[in-house]
Each structure stands twice: as C-alpha cells, then as structure tokens.
Design a protein around this ligand. Structure first.
Ligand code: SAH
Ligand code: DHB
Ligand code: MG
Length: 225
C-alpha cells in the first residue's frame, strides 16, 4: 500500500532534513542496477537511525539485514573513528553490492559485514565475545525478529537501544487470528517484550514512501519500563 501524499511528505522532509549526498545516491543507484529489491529504509528513517546512534554516542552497532548497505551507511556515519558496526546479510550477492557501497562511502574501516543467515552467524559473534552493543537495528527476515531481539537483549547493556523495522506491516499487527507467520512473529515480539522486565519499548506506526508500517524501539535496563 503506497499513497502519493505520504511519498510527497517523505520527499519534502528528506529534501530538507535528510538529503542524499554522492555516496547515498550511488548506493541506491548501484543497488537498483544490481537488481536488489528497493526495500531499504526511507531517507527520513535512515536519518532517525543516524540521530539515535549519535544521540547515545553509540560505538558498537549491530545490524540484522544489510541489503545494499543503505541503512548501514546512515548508522556507520554516526560512529566515532574507533566505532564498529557489525552487519549480517544472508544473500552473498546483496552483501557484495553492500561492500561496494560501504567502500564508496569511505566506511569499510568501521563496518564488519558478515555473510550468512543471521542465526548461523550469531554463535560466531558470541564466541568472539562481540558486544555488548549500544544500538541494534533488526531488519532481516521478519519471522525471526523475536529471536534476533532476544539475542540482542542478552548482548545489551543498561541504556542500549534496539530498533526493529517492519513490525506493523499494513496493520496486520492487530490481527490476533492472522495465519501469516511474519505477523505472528511481530505479535510474539510484542508479547515477549511485555513479559521482559529488562526492556521498555513502544511501537510507532509510520506512513511514507514505503507505505504503512512501523517500528519498535526498545530501551534495555535503566528501569526501562
Ligand atoms: N537494512 C536494509 C534493508 C534490509 S532488507 C536497509 O534499510 O538498507 C532485509 C535483508 O535481510 C535482505 O537483504 C535479506 O537478504 C536479508 N535477510 C533475509 N533473511 C536473512 C537472514 N536469515 N539472515 C540475515 N539476513 C537476512
Ligand atoms: C519490505 C520492507 C522492508 O523494510 C524490509 O526490511 C523487508 C521487506 C517489504 O516491503 O517487502
Ligand atoms: Mg525494513
């Protein structure tokens, strides 16, 4: 579902507040030319991720779902020189495009791009003692969002933020009897967060160039709820 007004407002906001530079333009162009699906975050959403990372002084960021590295670039640009962003991508062809986009943005030194299904990569990260992460962005396969969230809470510290994309999906989040497994997963995410005293969270519905959806934003610890 898209809507001309929502797109026009996204374009207006992006033009003034989240304008593209060469590297972001090139990333979108290269991703399109390589046939990647155009499902990256919108420019205003990319700017939100950037602002959150900056506001909290994030140094360690984890991302599930790299695609062409568009959200990766917004996030990595918020990091200090000694920061690090680990991003996980299942599709080698997408990861290759992302690697080029991240390099063109001058961010290869900050970004650790790993290829494989996230659930296979997490034990590796764990063995390396990765984390705790200041900010985690969950944007991969939607059925596993609650699993990625649970893993991320365990690798957070008091004050960490976790953002999960695409939790509203056209409003299906409110359908208790949905037989769509991605919807069921977003409901499980909400139920598990509600039952977890370590986490305070909310979900914000969004409209824009990508239609009607929304994201969950969670704060770990610090008497979060
Ligand atoms: N965060 C990106 C968009 C990600 S789209 C941006 O905003 O720019 C979702 C991505 O998750 C796709 O690239 C898809 O290949 C990847 N993905 C799907 N299943 C996955 C899995 N099991 N592990 C890691 N990545 C996965
Ligand atoms: C879609 C949108 C997303 O933001 C995403 O991460 C995955 C899929 C979609 O519209 O299909
Ligand atoms: Mg998404």
């Amino acid at each position: 579902m898209a809507n001309a007004t929502w797109s026009a407002v996204d374009d207006y906001v992006a033009g003034l507040l989240a304008p593209h530079d060469e590297a972001l333009d090139a990333a979108v162009r290269a991703s399109g030319e390589a046939g990647l699906p155009s499902i990256q975050v919108s420019p205003p959403q990319g700017m939100l991720l950037h602002l959150l990372a900056k506001a909290m002084g994030a140094k360690a960021v984890l991302e599930f779902g790299t695609l062409g590295g568009y959200s990766t670039i917004w996030l990595a640009r918020a990091l200090p020189e000694d920061g690090r962003l680990v991003t996980l991508e299942a599709e080698p062809r997408f990861a290759e495009v992302a690697g080029g986009n991240i390099a063109r943005a001058g961010l290869s030194g900050l970004v650790d791009l790993r290829v494989g299904p996230a659930l296979d990569l997490l034990p590796e990260l764990e063995a390396e003692g990765a984390g705790p992460f200041d900010l985690t962005f969950i944007d991969a396969d939607k059925v596993h969002t609650p699993d990625y969230f649970a893993w991320s809470v365990d690798r957070s510290h008091p004050g960490s933020l976790i953002v999960a994309d695409n939790v509203v999906r056209g409003g299906t989040l409110a359908e208790a009897d949905s037989d769509d497994p991605t919807t069921a997963a977003q409901r499980r995410l909400h139920e598990e967060i509600a039952a977890d005293p370590r986490v305070g969270a909310t979900t914000i519905q969004t409209v824009g160039g990508k239609g009607y959806d929304g994201f969950t934003i969670a704060l770990v610890g610090r008497s979060a709820s």
